[in-house]
Design a binder for this molecule. Structure first.
Ligand SMILES: *Cc1c(COP(=O)(O)O)cnc(C)c1O
Length: 403
């Protein structure tokens, strides 16, 4: 069986033991016609808020909805600028644009691939000027007020939140965590001297339950976690056409509600999430151990001592990624690239006027990262096959001098 394929992601095995429970959830929905809102949604919202150590959770249709509603509820308006990182999924910047604001970027940390707080400081100090009357930083080139920052907890690892939150306080910025890949991730806040959960630190946080995420629905789903009650209430309005009562619209909103059936599935799966994240962490440690001596200049994921990553993605970094990916593909091993192009250089943002070289750390990273198979059910045997494939390919590469 040594030529058995290893998929990048296996979403079949994980649901095998859950089928009976899911059928019961479907039967409940059918017998009560509770398809949208109702007790299943509220039940999940309560459980997920508790899981994230956040006061409120508002279930929505997707992670993109969550980001968009969180920004709008936080007061981001047309003409604002919102800062994030270039190496994220486009939903982060789509939400910024769709809230009416202009996406802007700061570069990332070379080792964690997350927002570099120093680069954020330099951006605010050098590229912006502080207006003490308006209590705003204005971007010098565009004249826009910079009103929010979105740190992305990429690959399941939280961004360095303490200094980001300090800068946000100093410059009057809202902080929206993009926690779409980080359900259950933790960060040790030196300021508070305690571990904090992803989704509990910013003004609001966005989660995606796209099927492949650490907590995935069987369809589309997302959620916002929030500590402020008014902000939570605005998000509830935004997801449901601004209705405070059926057909009484306080504001204009969206159709961005969470399906009751998905909420039921998510509530059932949430009970396993801690165990699943633990399995991912064990798999990551085993990859680290087995790949530690690899030839060919491979960089393994870096987890600072203030971070407990939940390894949504296990990404290697190699000079010749195309070659490694091709060799693994030939060996029947699935891989992914998250993400192949930095957003400031993607076609959709041509109009923003960025150039190659604007964010060199992110640009280098996106050209070299390769994601290996990572899911809780990945067996040791499958993992051994992946490791053997990687080691063999890297050894060949270093012998032929193509590193
Ligand atoms: C998945 C993801 C999103 C979007 O979530 P959807 O549920 O697909 O809308 C946003 N940001 C990041 C970083 C993601 O990984």
């Amino acid at each position: 069986m040594s030529d058995e394929k290893v998929p990048f992601l296996d979403l079949v095995t994980v649901h095998r033991g859950l089928q009976d429970e899911f059928v019961d959830i479907l039967k409940t929905a059918l017998s009560t016609a509770g398809f949208i809102g109702g007790p299943m949604v509220q039940g999940f919202e309560q459980d997920f808020a508790q899981f994230c150590e956040s006061r409120f959770c508002v279930g929505v249709g997707s992670g993109t909805d969550a980001l968009r509603f969180a920004l709008i509820a936080a007061g981001i308006r047309a003409g604002d600028t919102v800062v994030t990182v270039p190496n994220t999924f486009i939903a982060t910047t789509e939400a910024i644009s769709q809230a009416g604001a202009r996406p802007d970027f700061v570069d990332i940390d070379e080792r964690t691939y997350n927002m570099d707080p120093l680069k954020l400081r330099q951006y605010l100090e050098k590229e912006c000027s502080w207006d003490s009357g308006a209590k705003r930083a204005f971007h010098k080139q565009t004249g826009n007020p910079v009103t929010a920052v979105i740190p992305v907890h990429l690959y399941g690892q939280m961004a360095d939140m303490d200094p980001i939150l300090d800068l946000a306080t100093q410059y009057n910025l809202k902080v929206i965590e993009d926690a779409c890949q980080a359900q259950g991730a933790e960060y040790f806040s030196k300021k508070e001297n305690r571990w904090r959960k992803a989704g509990s630190m910013g003004h609001a946080a966005a989660f995606s339950f796209y099927p492949g995420k650490n907590l995935g629905a069987c369809g589309e789903a997302g959620a916002i976690t929030i500590n402020d009650e008014n902000l939570a209430q605005t998000c509830r309005l935004l997801r449901d056409h601004g209705q405070s009562k059926k057909y009484y619209h306080d504001i204009e909103g969206y159709n961005g509600r969470l399906d009751a059936i998905q909420a039921g599935f998510l509530q059932a799966k949430l009970r396993h999430l801690k165990k699943w994240n633990g399995q991912r962490q064990e798999i990551a440690q085993r990859y680290n151990k087995l790949l530690a001596g690899a030839e060919g200049g491979v960089t393994l994921p870096y987890e600072p001592d203030w971070s407990r990553s939940v390894y949504h993605i296990y990404a290697l970094r190699v000079a010749d990624r195309a070659q490694l990916q091709k060799r693994l593909d030939e060996a029947g091993i699935g891989t992914g690239i998250h993400y192949p192009i930095a957003l400031h250089l993607t076609k959709a943002y041509e109009g923003l006027g960025f150039r190659i070289g604007d964010f060199p750390v992110a640009e280098r990273a996106v050209s070299q990262v390769l994601s290996l198979p990572m899911f809780p059910d990945l067996t040791s045997r499958q993992q051994d096959r992946v490791v053997a494939g990687v080691l063999k390919s890297l050894a060949v590469a270093s012998r032929s001098g193509s590193r």
